[in-house]
Design a protein around this ligand. Structure first.
Ligand SMILES: *Cc1c(COP(=O)(O)O)cnc(C)c1O
Length: 393
């Protein structure tokens, strides 16, 4: 099917909820994607931080194919090996104690919110259910996670929203204190705000938040949906910050392109959910878990070190272009933000780059790059060359 037919069919039969770029994608190899007509794109998006191994990774394909041939789904009424092994690896590599598998980031965050509220209810009874989140955060699109998101634009249309969220300014301990109270059970943060604009939290602030939470028995909830699974150059961003959350969520990159998510708890919180209190039909799907195992296999400590080096290299190359539309870069690992200068808009810049063969993302008022973690130097150079050609003075 050609690109135009795909776009027409989509327009006619798929609900119009996304502002799409006029590109149809048919297949990929490495960090390169191709339209049905064979037009090549360098991919600095990895499907919004999902396809961490790039496209066509032989081990990932083999793991999925073999598991699909063996068993595609069994439900959580029974035991399956791939999810058990994946949970073991995630705990052993992070110091966490237990995993619950789900399917998407918003759903994982819902589970994290439920867990925090049940922890507090079990210990203190009703009336201590409020979760403080940060301004400019993004936690998902369900009715509850929209309300957890600290941006007013998301609190529209879908009333009534779930109660029990208050918002504090990022990197401002006094603002957090101002939101505290007897009704609080947890603080929830992204360590690098993703959708909000690739904004890393200050390490000192994060340490202070954890200390405050420990003093008041508020749970520390870290949304690692975007930052997790190697994106920042450590398996989880909380490892960079030297903290162990009570609960963290993960999703996007966990299975390298198949839908999977989950939450991990520390030892203190592993018993909060009991049989019947939380569940999801597709959770721990064996094919997704097998893909997750292939991802973990690829993400060795050496590979993660390379993610940091590649991130630094990519930022240097972009800054060296001195493009009139770009200011400074920021980020951690291969989660890169670029400031867009006044007089330019990130949406226009993205559209022009995509038209010229480089897929990029926006976040907040700036640009956001989330290339496959397995991207090569040559692929990065080709992407940067497209930036220069498209945006150079
Ligand atoms: C993408 C994202 C989500 C939502 O994940 P979905 O899989 O789209 O539900 C939640 N939190 C953060 C930090 C994200 O980046």
């Amino acid at each position: 099917m050609d690109s135009k037919t795909i776009m027409d069919l989509t327009g006619q039969y798929i609900l119009n909820t996304y502002g799409r770029f006029p590109v149809a994608i048919d297949h990929g190899q490495g960090a390169r994607l191709y339209s049905p007509e064979g037009r090549e794109y360098i991919d600095f998006t990895s499907g919004i931080g999902v396809s961490c191994l790039g496209y066509g990774n032989a081990d990932w394909i083999q793991a999925i194919s073999a598991q699909a041939a063996k068993l595609g789904h069994a439900s959580n009424l029974f035991y399956t090996e791939p999810a058990a092994r994946l949970a073991q690896i995630l705990c052993e590599r992070t110091g966490m104690s237990g995993v619950f598998f789900a399917n998407g980031g918003g759903e994982a965050n819902e589970g994290m919110i439920k867990l925090a509220r049940k922890y507090s209810f079990d210990k203190y009874g009703a009336g201590r259910a409020t979760i403080i989140t940060l301004e400019n955060s993004f936690h998902g699109r369900t009715i509850t996670t929209l309300k957890a998101t600290g941006q007013e634009v998301f609190h529209n249309y879908f009333f009534p929203f779930t109660e029990g969220f208050r918002y504090a300014k990022a990197n401002d301990l006094a603002s957090l204190e101002a939101q505290s109270g007897d009704d609080v059970c947890a603080v929830m943060v992204e360590l690098v705000q993703g959708e909000g604009g690739v904004l890393p939290l200050d390490p000192d602030y994060v340490q202070a938040v954890v200390k405050l939470c420990r003093e008041r028995d508020w749970l520390v909830l870290v949304d690692e949906v975007q930052t997790g699974v190697g994106r920042t150059g450590s398996l989880f961003a909380f490892q960079h910050y030297g903290i162990l959350p009570d609960v963290c969520s993960f999703a996007k990159g966990i299975a390298g392109g198949l839908p999977m998510s989950g939450i991990m708890t520390n030892e203190k919180c592993r018993g909060v959910f009991t049989p019947g209190t939380h569940a999801t039909t597709f959770g721990a799907n064996p094919v997704c878990a097998a893909a997750g195992l292939a991802v973990q296999e690829a993400l060795s400590d050496e590979f993660l070190q390379q993610v940091q080096e590649k991130g630094a290299y990519l930022r240097e190359q972009i800054e060296a272009l001195n493009l009139p539309c770009f200011g400074q870069t920021r980020g951690l690992g291969l989660m890169v933000g670029i400031t867009v200068q006044e007089g330019w808009t990130n949406k226009d810049i993205a559209a022009r780059l995509i038209e010229n063969g480089l897929l990029v993302l926006t976040a907040g008022p700036g640009m956001r790059l989330l290339p496959p973690l397995a991207i090569t130097k040559e692929e990065m150079d080709q992407g940067v060359a497209i930036m220069k050609k498209t945006l150079g003075a």
